[in-house]
Write a protein that binds this ligand. Structure first.
Ligand code: FAS
Ligand code: PHB
Length: 392
């Protein structure tokens, strides 16, 4: 098989890149390890920066998002017995869109099918070769046969555990990592959301988050120990603990019901540099992971795709290599801002059992700065709704 851009990974990064490239007349093939149903069964992100919303609209894949998504003009941060409303619209004249990653992935798959773009599922033993030449290739096994895609560029969109990052020689890779001593126990329930906007709670018992997918589908999270297991939590255990971590008025109106999904996600901050090696360019979780506290994971995948698509478009249209040569440094500049914000929100709102009393005072002071200063709320609003797609 031959194409211009071989894409490894059929999650949001790989699918959005394939669609944007097609809109620019650039051919690609997506190679995905899992079956489509498996990819679509994953429950992950829920909040879209406005830059992500505009990308989906510009790629003509935002219609259902605009019909079913929820535009939020703010959120509430609750800690130390105080609730603070952060008004995005008033502070930065921007909003966010609440629309599940699962729905985005569905919309992208549907649009790729309609556009005749190949997504090969159930690909095994995916390997990369020739990355330092002008004719790299992707090898894999598919339906029992060995296959190879000859291409001109490889986009590594295969998430944290994929092979693309590892294809960059270890001697050339610099990795930056912070592991958090806790995870998030997520629960999905067919109940009305407890509030119209998200509530982030930094309670002394531990972090909690009230989110949603639509007016009758709620998404909640509890900070739990890293070695905890979702099976340890009955629905009643979850609801009772959530109520203890919420403002009283929210706890009193919380609608409970049976969970339709319950799982624990570990938290980590991770960045690999560089994001490019020869003809390989990494996008999304293949290059970086953020704790979900700042709702940045999916949105960073989208901004990486924005930069890489533009760079490939400039190359194929004008033979201009500048965007490809600066892709890694341009994408990383935005990644590190999101990394810092996600770390800051996580440090401010989670319980760290081994933390010193000094750290606890700093944590409280961080929250009080947001509560008492419009500049503090402005910083949070600017980062949460998404920094501009700066070019270096
Ligand atoms: P993805 O991991 O989504 O996609 C990578 C794709 O590559 C997958 O489909 C995988 O099957 C495929 N792949 C892997 N190895 C391969 C191989 N060898 N060959 C071919 N394909 C291969 N972000 C938030 O903002 N909020 C959240 O609440 C949130 N919750 C999360 C919970 C979990 C459990 C995880 C893992 C992530 C969560 N994230 C969250 C982050 C998440 O939304 C990611 O940022 C987002 O999925 C990034 O998209 P991709 O980069 O496409 O990576
Ligand atoms: C979600 O709805 O899944 C969600 C929302 C905001 C976050 C993390 C997850 O920060």
């Amino acid at each position: 098989m031959r194409t211009q851009v071989g894409i490894i990974g059929g999650g949001p990064a790989g699918l959005l890149l394939a669609l944007k490239l097609a809109r620019s007349g650039i051919e690609s093939i997506v190679v995905e390890r899992r079956a489509r149903d498996y990819v679509l069964s994953r429950i992950r992100a829920g909040v879209l920066e406005w830059g992500t919303v505009e990308q989906l609209r510009n790629a003509s894949v935002g219609a259902r998002m605009d019909r079913e998504g929820l535009v939020h003009d703010g959120c509430t941060i609750y800690a130390h017995g105080q609730s603070v409303h952060v008004d995005f619209r008033q502070l930065v004249s921007k909003s966010v869109m609440v629309y599940g990653q699962t729905e985005i992935t569905k919309d992208l798959y549907d649009e790729l099918d309609a556009s005749g773009i190949q997504v090969l599922h159930d690909a095994e033993a995916v390997s990369l070769a020739g990355l330092e030449t002008c004719s790299p290739s992707i090898g894999f096994r598919h339906r029992g046969a060995s296959k190879c895609i000859d291409c001109e560029f490889v986009a590594g969109c295969d998430g944290f555990y994929g092979p693309s990052r590892q294809a960059i020689p270890r001697s050339e890779r610099r990795e930056f990592e912070k592991i958090y001593p806790f995870g998030w126990l997520g629960l999905l329930s067919e109940t009305a959301p407890v509030s119209e906007e998200l509530i982030y709670s930094g309670h002394e018992r531990g972090f909690a988050l009230c989110s949603m997918r639509n007016p009758s589908l709620s998404r909640y999270y509890l900070q739990v120990p890293l070695d905890d297991d979702a099976a340890n939590w009955s629905d009643d255990d979850f609801w009772n603990e959530l109520k203890l971590r919420l403002p009283v008025e929210a706890a009193e109106r919380l609608e409970t019901g049976p969970s339709i999904e319950k799982s624990i996600a570990p938290l980590r901050s991770f960045v690999t540099e560089p994001m490019s090696w020869g003809r390989l360019h990494l996008c999304g979780d293949a290059a970086h992971i953020v704790p979900p506290t700042g709702a940045k994971g999916l949105n960073l995948a989208a901004s990486d795709v924005y930069y890489l698509h533009n760079a490939l478009r400039d190359y194929y249209r004008r033979g201009d290599l500048a965007g490809l040569e600066s892709y890694s440094s341009t994408a990383l500049a935005r990644v590190w801002h999101a990394m810092r914000f996600s770390w800051w929100m996580t440090a401010m709102l989670h319980k760290f059992s081994e933390r010193s009393n000094f750290d606890d005072r700093i944590r409280k002071s961080d929250f009080q700065y947001v509560a008492n200063s419009e500049i503090g709320r402005l910083m949070l609003a600017e980062n949460y709704t998404g920094l501009p797609y700066w070019r270096r």
